[in-house]
Design a protein around this ligand. Structure first.
Ligand SMILES: *Cc1c(COP(=O)(O)O)cnc(C)c1O
Length: 394
């Protein structure tokens, strides 16, 4: 499989666009525009320029010797998306889509957000590009993520609390889609992960592929070949597909995606979609979805809001089917321990999401040869997680 261009929205049996008729008009318009603009060198150059001069790309690839020593591990390199403006990889996608909206003549952006990372990135991109920004956020999340709500408002966004359902991320997506269905004449829906109906998974993966492209060149420079192993956390799957994409064709590169293992193995206690392997449709996309025996979307649990979503991106479902990428999960407590270890040994506080990838590396380190080169995508920084951490660490 490739993330590229000829899939028409299908990755094996996964993907597609299962949306109400009302949304077919804006989606078809988006597919048409996307199919042109993804080859438009003027657009791509403009985006490159913004990523470099506004967002701070390229991000470094940092070898972490003391962390490696502490876990008696192989050579470990971190792709530092934590150093990107606004603190996570989300901005790569938000800037790409908001620039696309601008080219389409849409002046108003709607987006969903869970913890607020995609909301902050979208609000920043809109401020920078002069677009109006409306962020839908579950009212439970508005309460839990007060600092990010303030950030979005400072960046000029309107934050709309959603009180339906469980008042969390999936309800915010529903509201954003409902808004878009009524407003698409002047409004663009900026989706935050490699999820949802076609063309979003392909588009988001393409905007995040800059991570993998940079990383490929940096690996050549630092150790003159491709890595033996790559590890990334998987919420919707955008940071993982972004870094994996440049290496998928090289079968010698082993890849592992790490889901939120939460605090137990019962339905409702985790966000590990590959543990149950139950396919279904959520938010326009056929993929693995956590659900009960009646097909109702299940509650999920993870200490990191970015991994706490019941569906996984369709490209990952297919990479699993092809046996190309392994999918595992890490528990909340193991992620907290990994975060603390990286902070103490290297002076880097990773996002709790990224700490799941580190937790799995710690677990398998004894099985890896010392001379192996491992790349971990450090998808974001941990500043946003300080409230959760002060609860856990005391
Ligand atoms: C949102 C987020 C994730 C999870 O989203 P993906 O689409 O799976 O990448 C991971 N890490 C950080 C820091 C995030 O903000």
């Amino acid at each position: 499989m490739t993330i590229s261009q000829k899939t028409n929205g299908r990755y094996g049996e996964f993907g597609g666009a299962y949306v109400p008729e009302l949304l077919m008009t804006p989606l078809n318009e988006l597919v048409t525009t996307w199919n042109t603009i993804k080859h438009d060198s003027e657009f791509l150059d403009h985006l490159d320029n913004i990523l470099k001069n506004y967002a701070g790309r390229p991000t470094p690839l940092t070898e972490v010797l003391r962390f490696s020593q502490a876990i008696n591990g192989p050579r470990i390199f971190l792709k530092r998306e934590d150093l990107l403006h606004t603190g996570a990889h989300k901005l790569n996608n938000a800037l790409g889509q908001c620039l696309l909206a601008l080219k389409m003549g849409k002046k108003r952006i709607v987006a969903e957000t869970g913890a607020g990372q995609h909301g902050v990135a979208t609000a920043a991109a809109c401020a920078y590009l002069g677009l109006t920004c409306v962020i839908y956020m579950g009212s439970e999340d508005v309460k839990r993520q007060a600092p990010n709500v303030l950030r979005m408002r400072l960046l000029g966004a309107e934050v709309v609390p959603v009180t339906h359902g469980s008042a969390t991320l999936k309800d915010a997506v529903n509201e954003a889609l409902r808004d878009w269905a009524e407003s698409f004449d002047d409004t663009y829906y900026c989706l935050g992960s490699a999820l949802g109906p076609h063309p979003y998974p392909e588009m988001v993966a393409t905007f995040q592929s800059v991570i993998g492209k940079e990383c490929e060149a940096q690996c050549r420079q630092l150790f003159s070949r491709h890595p033996d192993l790559m590890i990334a956390c998987v919420g919707g799957g955008s940071n993982a597909i972004g870094i994996f994409s440049a290496f998928l064709n090289n079968k010698n590169v082993r890849m592992i995606g790490v889901e939120g293992g939460g605090h137990g193995t019962q339905l409702g206690e985790h966000a590990a979609r590959f543990q149950t392997l139950t396919p279904g449709v959520l938010h326009g996309c056929y993929t693995y979805v956590l659900q009960d025996t009646h097909g109702q979307i299940a509650e999920t649990s993870s200490i990191s809001a970015g991994l706490d979503y019941p569906a996984v991106g369709p490209q990952h479902a297919q990479l699993f089917a092809e046996n190309r990428v392994e999918y595992v999960s890490a528990r909340d407590n193991d992620a907290v321990n990994a975060l603390q270890l990286l902070a103490k040994t290297e002076g880097i506080i990773p996002a709790l999401e990224s700490a799941h990838a580190l937790a799995h590396l710690i677990k398998i380190a004894p099985t890896l040869a010392k001379e192996q080169c491992v790349v971990v995508n450090l998808s974001g920084r941990g500043d946003k997680d300080l409230p959760q951490l002060s609860d856990k660490i005391g």
